[in-house]
Design a protein around this ligand. Structure first.
Ligand code: NDP
Length: 297
């Protein structure tokens, strides 16, 4: 019997927990955690994501500060804005929506964000801390995947986890998180030989590839947990990297697309914003519980 992991309702319950937390902070400290989003690019999908993030903040009672910069913005002006947000007490978290306009240097922009406000977990300091298992703010999509595994009580320790994809925003950080939770981790990529031979050994299989329906039923071990991070639009329809209809007949747990991993990403962004707020005020001592799981508030 396959369980479909319901990312939409999981994310809704996390948002409800965050809403209760922001209400507490408001009542006790008369403050609101706040997220600043910098949009300095003209990708239509970015505009949609930024609106979703703004809406999510409003829904949980957080402040949001949106900065839409024109295509004439210079690198110097962008960095000056980031400096201003770094110094602003009302801003707990800063998110630089990628991709930036082509004339801007995104690495320099990401590096300029105060690591303590880096709610995307992309700053080199946060990347380094994650690799040492000392992470505070972790990248949202992989953190959302881990949260899904935990909230569905899927055992991680000792499991063979296969992550297909090695990007800095999904594959690599997720592999690190799984490793820190004592999974045996294999990372696959476009040069991997005989992908199927590896994926079919996975107890936990994560597809973060960006190729619609590439993972087919014969690549999946019966009873495995399959997390599908991929999102591709084909003729106006969204597809994941996994052939959901086929694979759901084999897997033990599987995420759909849409309404699987996607909604968890924004929930984790809100969770990181609360964490950042608390860290900035010394309200959090440890970022992980005694089982090594991320503290969510
Ligand atoms: P990238 O393009 O940065 O990385 C894709 C990875 O897949 C690369 O490591 C690449 O290998 C690997 N790959 C490509 N083709 C193959 C293949 N044939 N066999 C094995 N591996 C392959 O993508 P992202 O990590 O940024 O995103 C992956 C997907 O997840 C995309 O669809 C994206 O839209 C989606 N996404 C969804 C999010 C959400 O919130 N749900 C958030 C972020 C991303 P190599 O390194 O060798 O090139």
């Amino acid at each position: 019997m396959t369980t479909i992991i319901d990312g939409k309702s999981l994310a809704a319950s996390i948002r409800a927990e965050i809403k209760a937390e922001t209400a507490n902070i408001l009542a006790e400290r008369n403050q609101k955690p706040g997220l600043a989003v910098v949009l300095a690019g003209d990708d239509p999908a970015s505009a949609v994501y930024v609106r979703l993030k703004e809406k999510a903040c409003a829904e949980v009672g957080m402040a949001s500060f949106q900065h839409n910069l024109p295509s004439t913005v210079t690198q110097k002006e962008l960095l000056a804005l980031i400096d201003k947000l770094n110094g602003d007490n009302a801003v707990s978290g800063i998110l630089i929506q990628l991709p930036l306009y082509p004339h801007l240097d995104s690495n320099a922009a990401l590096d300029r964000v105060d690591p303590g406000k880096d709610v995307d977990g992309f700053h080199p300091i946060n990347v380094g801390l994650l690799s040492q298992n000392l992470a505070t703010l972790m990248p949202c999509t992989p953190a959302g995947c881990m949260e899904m595994l935990d909230r569905y009580n899927i055992p991680i320790e000792g499991a063979h986890a296969v992550v297909v994809g090695r990007s800095n925003i999904v594959g690599k950080p997720l592999a690190a998180m799984l490793l820190h939770r004592n999974a045996t981790v294999t990372i696959c990529h476009s040069r991997t030989r005989d992908l199927k031979a590896i994926t079919s050994q996975a107890d936990i299989l994560v597809a973060a590839i960006g190729r619609p329906r590439m993972v087919t039923a014969d690549m999946v071990k019966p009873g495995a947990t399959v997390l599908d991070v991929g999102i591709s639009k084909v003729e106006n329809k969204l597809y994941g990297d996994v052939d959901f209809e086929q694979v759901k007949e084999v897997a033990g747990f599987i995420t759909p697309v849409p309404f699987g991993v996607g909604p968890m990403t924004i929930a984790m962004l809100l969770s990181n914003t609360i964490l950042a707020y608390k860290m900035q005020r010394g309200l959090i001592v440890s970022m992980q519980d005694d089982k090594g799981r991320k503290v969510t508030g």
